[in-house]
Design a protein. Structure first.
Length: 620
């Protein structure tokens, strides 16, 4: 068959296939709030009561307004949902087109073409440096692709745009009058593959194009979005300035400079957080998303069947953001997905736990950040973390939930108090109490320290000594192994993943000192853990009431398996690769393993036993 005929036939087949109703991409919800609305509504409230609400599974568009109002009121009263059944969200993402006046509020990047005077060299934006734009090398055919990235030398925005323009001209020809996004989309998927000249992407660059001028009544600014993650700042001591403080990479925005055919691979956000991506200027971005829940599980199975090699190395390989499948593959697998096009001035909000991917249709500039709302809690709790990198984002969901409950109890719901403002208030109060106590009460006497250990707990000023510490062991017995697997899937808390056993094992902990740690070095780490202390001789009792649980920090022995800048990766004894932990090399809770105490060695003189107590190690 001549190639032309064959192509035409395939195209027709494809079109017929797409027309069969169930395989049409879903159209996500599209919101167009007025300027007045965004000025009078907190972004987080808009996401909760409008965006997420209208994407709830089974939401009825024709629902009576009164009923919606009632529900909104109910939600306002009971703002946090950890005890309520998890609500599923359709579509995976939503589009919010910001009103005209928004650009006046957002600062310097008001020119949505990305080509006006303020984007030219010699201006702030044109001369902005992309520190390491990356080349995206693609492998794979037939709709299943795998990417590798290579960093390039720094380039300015205007230089990058020039490269982008030349690249798209080489790829699509000079007559670039192709405003028809459907044609561009088809061309993208048709050409994507190893024979295509690689595209470049300036991604994950710290920064914001929003004005940093304070405007308290307006938080639709990605650099100061209200997010309930701000409650976690409660535990940070040095962030009392002005609601300041940031969880790097999570609550601070990133900039993205795209060109034709640059992609973002299929992924969920770190910790299943929500994200917002605002397109400041340039060519549209095409998005695909798969809703969290059943659709996402099927998507994961589909990906697993295509990327089993990657999954073998890391169960969380999709977090590496290297895998991309075409919408045709999704259609063929019968996985419902959302497709939407983001134009300058549009924000895309991705929902907790939804997979999303996409590509850029030309030079463009976007800004994105993660955020959380209370509805995220159950999704955060089930999030898994990739262990390949030490800087994978980890958040203490239990702690955040406690803080949310505390916020609810203390804050009268009639007057909305910003999460960040509440944190400032509580910290202020805490500080005042501390000052009062300092004036009128003598400080409590320091606990007598056990011999064999440095008395100050300060490793810098005096030489710390060795001490004996009890080491936990994950349980091994066969009958229990099966059971612990089961309980692993039931219990979501990261702290209680492994059943631990007290075996009266004592190891000598030695300070790490100056000698660098190397792979295969034996170490002791003190980390949060839940220990089930079963009654002796009653090991098989699964009844929680009969099991004493201790929630705190315990010591584990393990071996260094990887060295990465200021972190080491430790494989704990008796645990698999998936339970590896990353520890900073200067952690006060990391020690060299001086070996086990053997009772047989009669002559061996053991120093006083020492049970691990956190206060002994806290920096004074
Ligand atoms: Zn990984």
């Amino acid at each position: 068959m001549p190639i032309i005929d064959r192509e035409r036939r395939l195209q027709e087949e494809g079109q017929r296939f797409c027309r069969s109703k169930s395989f049409y991409p879903l159209h996500c919800k599209h919101f167009q709030p007025s300027l007045k609305e965004i000025q009078s509504t907190l972004f987080s409230d808009f996401v909760r009561y409008t965006v997420l609400r209208q994407s709830e599974e089974g939401y009825d568009d024709d629902e009576e307004e009164a009923e919606a109002e009632e529900k909104k009121e109910m939600l306002t009263k009971k703002i946090h949902c950890a005890n309520n059944p998890k609500i599923g969200y359709d579509y995976g993402l939503a589009k919010i087109t910001l009103p005209k006046g928004y650009s006046n509020l957002k600062g310097i990047a008001n020119d949505q073409t990305g080509r006006g005077p303020q984007w030219q060299s010699g201006s702030t934006l044109g001369d902005l440096v992309l520190p390491s734009p990356m080349t995206q090398f693609v492998r794979g055919i037939g709709g299943v692709y795998e990417f590798t990235f290579m960093d390039n030398k720094p380039t300015t925005v205007s230089e990058f745009r020039e490269k982008a323009d030349k690249y798209i001209e080489r790829q699509l020809g000079k007559s670039m009058n192709e405003q028809d996004i459907d044609i561009l989309e088809r061309k993208f998927w048709k050409r994507l593959g190893p024979t295509m000249e690689s595209s470049m992407y300036g991604a994950d660059m710290d920064g914001t194009l929003f004005s940093k001028i304070d405007n308290i009544d307006f938080d639709w600014n990605l650099s100061k979005l209200q997010s309930c993650l701000q409650l976690l700042l409660m535990d940070q001591e040095d962030n009392d300035k002005k609601g300041g403080g940031a969880i790097p990479g999570v609550t601070t925005p990133y900039l993205y400079f795209g060109m034709w055919a640059s992609v973002f691979c299929a992924h969920t956000e770190d910790m299943n957080l929500l994200s917002i991506n605002y397109l400041h200027a340039g060519a549209p971005k095409v998005w695909y998303a798969v809703a969290a829940g059943e659709d996402s599980r099927r998507f994961e199975h589909l990906m697993e069947s295509n990327y089993h090699h990657a999954k073998k190395d890391c169960p969380e390989y999709l977090r590496h953001k290297r895998s991309l499948v075409s919408p045709t593959i999704l259609k063929k697998a019968g996985i419902p997905y959302t497709r939407t096009v983001q134009y300058p001035g549009d924000a895309i909000v991705t929902y907790p736990g939804s997979y999303h991917s996409g590509f850029n249709t030309g030079f463009n500039v976007a800004e994105a950040t993660n955020f959380a709302v209370p509805e995220w809690i159950p999704y955060g709790r089930t999030a898994k973390v990739c262990n390949c990198r030490p800087d994978s984002v980890r958040l203490d969901v239990d702690r955040l939930e406690t803080l949310l409950l505390q916020y609810e109890n203390e804050v009268k719901q009639k007057k909305r108090l910003l999460w960040s403002d509440w944190v400032i208030n509580v910290k202020k109060k805490r500080h005042q109490e501390k000052m009062t106590n300092a004036t009128y009460k003598p400080s409590p006497p320091k606990k007598a320290k056990i011999s064999g250990k440095d008395g100050t707990g300060n490793t810098n000023t005096s030489k710390p000594k060795n001490f004996w510490v009890e080491v936990m062991q994950p349980s091994f017995s066969k009958s229990k192994k099966a059971k612990s697997k089961k309980s692993k899937s039931k219990k979501k808390s990261r702290k209680s993943q492994v059943r631990l056993q007290e075996l009266e094992l004592w190891h000598l902990a030695k300070p790490v000192g100056r000698k660098p740690l190397r792979p295969s070095d034996r170490v002791l780490c003190i980390i949060p853990a839940v220990v089930e202390r079963n009654n002796i001789g009653n090991d098989d009792n699964d009844n929680d009431a009969a099991t004493a649980k201790t929630d705190g920090e315990e010591c584990f022995a393990g071996q260094v398996v990887e060295d990465h800048n200021d972190h080491i990766r430790v494989r704990l004894d008796g645990m698999g690769k998936q339970d590896d932990i990353w520890v900073t090399k200067d952690s006060s809770k990391l020690f060299l393993d001086g070996g086990r105490w053997e009772e047989k060695e009669k002559d061996f003189k053991m120093p006083a036993l020492h049970y691990w107590k956190e206060e002994d190690f806290s920096e004074n």
